[in-house]
Every structure is written in structure tokens, then in C-alpha cells.
Design a protein around this ligand. Sequence first.
Ligand code: CKX
Length: 602
Amino acid sequence: MKQSMLYPRATSTRRVADMNGMWKFRLDKENEGEEQGWKNGIPGADLIPVPASFNDFYTDKESREFTGDFWYETEVFVPGEWKGRHIDVRFAAVTHRCTVYVNGQEIISHEGGFLPFSARIDEVVNWNEPNRVVVKGNNELSFTSLPAGISVTLENGRKMTKPFFDFFNYAGIQRPVKLVVLPEESIVDFTLNYALEGNDASVSYQVETTGDHPVTVEVYDESGKPVARGEGKEGCLKIENVHLWEVHNAYLYHFVLKVLDGEEVLDEYYDEIGIRTFAVEGNRFLLNGNPVYLKGFGKHEDSDIVGRGFNIGVMKRDFELMKWIGANSFRTSHYPYSEEIYQMADREGFLVIDELPAVGFFESLANFVDAVSGKTTNFFDRPTVPELKKNQLAMLEDLIARDKNHACVIAWSLFNEPDTMTDSAAPYFEEIFARAKELDVQKRPRTFAMELNSSPEHCKCHQFCDFLCLNRYYGWYLLGGYEMVNAETAFRKEMDAWLAKGVNCPMVFTEYGCDNLQGEHKLPSVQWSTEYEMEYLEMFHRVFDSYECVKGEQVWNFADFQTVEGIMRVNGNKKGIFTRQRQPKEAAYYFKKRWESLPLDY
Ligand SMILES: CCC[C@@H]1NC[C@@H](O)[C@H](O)[C@H]1C(=O)O
């Protein structure tokens, strides 16, 4: 049965119980959990919070850096009155993979750490009693995992993760877990698409259910007034004098879907939907037919203590800071974010580039140095590519199934900084890009974030993009310091080379920025000082402002974030415009001034 990606919502026919809280936890340091039967219950008394990464709770390095299997356990009471309905344990994300056992029975295994899945437990549930849920997780990276990397074994026999990317490999049950109770016949999915006609909008819909009873779709405006109604599993609704969803001026209609048996409602589901169109026309982005310029950030789901765990308070603070600074967009670098973040972006009117965890597809343990070197790692020549592609296509399908109805999602970023310099990369990209177009009814523009190795001269994959996303670090990782003058020359030379190739699409800078230590000042400047960061940013914005094809600037990064330790990282990546604790660094005031003065259709 196809897994539903619908967000858990309680309605007249559905029940949702929260399973977050303190779960039993144990790192499987001796790799004994399987043979010791931990699926029936894990030993020890340690408890940790769900949702959260496990890595930053402990005081020993072995736990923070642990690579391998880890086990969680909880109990959930299932009331007898739910008998006859389907009972699902829904995980919003377990990173990077897991197997779920209920009452000692294996229910499901899932690959991928950033998208939801459900364990249906009807066959094993103890009605009107507690039920034991055990999760065996694993955080190892490989050439076939998304994200990619390797594990090595140390002299003491312990494994160690070596990521081909710059963010810490946090892991665990990192997003909410809920018990979802569904009727026998239920709504599995629905898909929406829009066309604007003067002051009206037509909304085409398709609804997928598990049965054959009739379906209705009702639409209400924000005042609760009914504005449209459709019958049948597919159809087209006309909404007159439509309130369009706009940047920082969101309008969300209330959609109610029902499965009916005469007067009886067999299933009911609802969602808050923004009606808008988004397209690329020439080298412009058009939102509802009007030009729009992206101002904002590459982000991470990353915060103190809980690591990559969904943190609702940090989410709220991040949106308040993005409104304060004058941003209107962000990229979900480098993986799909928690569902609640897209819901908030819908409500606040932010434009989101939604990114797959296809990062590390360039074999390097210091990609920030190698990705600007001009060398290839022949990543797509490897025998592991078919397995990797299968995993990426599966995740692409889940990503689009989960996020396709969000007004905020305006584009799909299908890779971050992959190795695109070999002929073998092109057919891989062609297949991924074609599949994305096939899966998305709204045909949103598709792209990927290119590092300097993906240059006009050497990139073999940019032609699949509907717009280009460039991660560029002239003046930081190359030509930095006093030779920044050469950095600007080289930067302009590259821009001219793209135009000389006949590229005529929007170009978005999805990364630019430099590490800066909060409060570090030096006159005249040196790298890592605030003064240098200002010089660097002014140089980049001088170049952006002189090329009409630049239609977006998303500085790297919104906030300082955790990476692996190393001599080029001061307890993490310090390119944040805000600190990891979400307080402004000096550059935040510089961006506020720039972005508040840039018109929306700049
Ligand atoms: C030259 C590659 C830069 C690199 N790009 C991917 C991000 O995930 C990293 O954080 C960023 C960095 O090193 O700051």
C-alpha cells in the first residue's frame, strides 16, 4: 500500500496522539542489540528526548561521535475503542535509517533521514493496553547514502564517520513521532494546481483514497465563508476574486476533503492552502505573474543541545529574525526540513527552495577546499551509482509527495555541490531532473547548487536546470585577503563566461559568505574579522548589482552551525549572519539595510 505523506491531523474521523517525550536509549557500542533481542526491550535506564539528535546530550566524545546502531524504546497505550481502525506510528524523520519493532515484531525498515514514514501496527497491537515500540537506528554514511560519506574504523575498534560535507552528522529520532488512527476507508493523498484568470483562479485537484466512495472538496476563505465545492476524486474549482498568496502577505484557504457514504462522513482531512503561481520567464522569476527577487539564506536545522532535532522555539525565532532582516526566502540546505517549517513559511509568505539530501556527491573530506580546486573526484564513475540513484529517486518521490501542496515551495534543488565534471554525471542528472518534472503537477523550476568546479567551462549538467544556483566563495576559499581585488576580477570573468555560453535564466547565489568570529575587529581588515566580512559582502553585492540575470542572493549561512572538528572550523562553521544562539552579528545590520532598500521585483 502506498504510504500517505499527509501531515497528521485530528478530524471528525481521525485521531492523533503525541508520542514525543523521554524515550529509553542505548548506543549499541558492542553491536550486540540484534543477538541480545533488544527489539523486545532495550537494557539500561538511560532516557533521552524525542525529537532530538542524541549527539550533544552526553559529556563523552565516544557518544557524541558514535557511529553505528542506536536503539530507542517507548510505550504507547492504544484504547480499545479504536479497534477496527488503522493504527500507524508515524515518524517525521529518523536519521539516517531505521527498523521499527512493535511488541517484538518487525514492522518496517526505512532508508533516509529527512522524510516521514509510518509503521502500520494493526496486526500486532494490544488493544486497551500499553504497546512497546522499539526503533533500531543507524547513522552510517556511504557512497550510496544521502548524504554521502564514509565510515572508518579506529585503532580501538570504534567506527568514525567521515562526511563528504561540512555539517555535523547528527542522528537519532530527530522529528516528532505520532500515533495516527485512520478509518477503514481514508484519504491517502491530494494534489493541487492553479491557473490565474483575471481576478479569479481555477484550482484543479486530484484526491487519492483507499476505496471507491465518493469524495467532495470544500474551500473556505479566511473568514470561514465557503467559496467553492467540488464533487469527485478529481475536478476543477473556480475561486472568484481570489486572494492570492504573496510574499509576506500570505492568504491561506481552508480546504476540506471528505469521503462520503450518503450522509455519513467516512473520512475527513483538511489543509491550509495558499493559491499562487510561480514560474521562470526568461531570466526572471514570476510570482503570480509579477517579478520577484530572492533575498535570504542558506540555513540548517541546527541548534544547541538538540542538534538537528526539530526545535519549535528556534523555528519561531528564525522566522522573526528573517522578517526583521528583510529576507523573503531560504533554501532548505542540505536536506528536506521539518514539515512545520514549511507550514510556517506558508503562513509567513516566504519563498523556499526545497533541497534533497543529495550532498557529498563529491568525494572529499574537506569539500570547501577541493570544491574550488577545479579537480574532479569521478564520483559518478563509481560502481555504487546505480544504488545511489535508486535511493535518490525514492527520496525525490517522497519529497515531492510530502511538499507539493505548499505555496512556499517554489523550486526543487536536486543536489548540493555534486561532481559534475565527468560525462558520467550527465545521464544521472538527466534522469533525476526528468523524474522531478514528472512527479510535480505544478512543474516547479528545478535546479541544483553548483560549486566552483561546476564552472562554465567544465560543468556537464547545468543545462538541466531551469535556473542556476551558484555557491561562490571568491575572496574566501580562493583569492582571499589582500588579493580580493583579483577575486572580483575572477568572479566577473566567470559571470561573463556564463553569459557568453548563452545562459538566459535567473541566477541565484545560494551560497556566498565568509567565516567571521563574533566581535573580532581589525583595522585594516584581516580574514575572520568583521571588517573583512564587510569588504567581502560589498564586493559580492557590487557584482550581483551589475548583472541583470542575478535574481537571488541567499547568503551562507543564516546562523553559525555545527560541523566536524578541524583546523579550519572554530567549533563549527562561523559564516552565520546570526550566532547559533540566534543573536545578530554585525553583518545582520548591513543586510537589514540592504534588503529593506531592495524592491521586491529588484
Ligand atoms: C566551497 C564550499 C563551501 C561550502 N558549501 C556547502 C556548505 O554546506 C558549507 O558549509 C560551505 C562552507 O564550507 O562554508
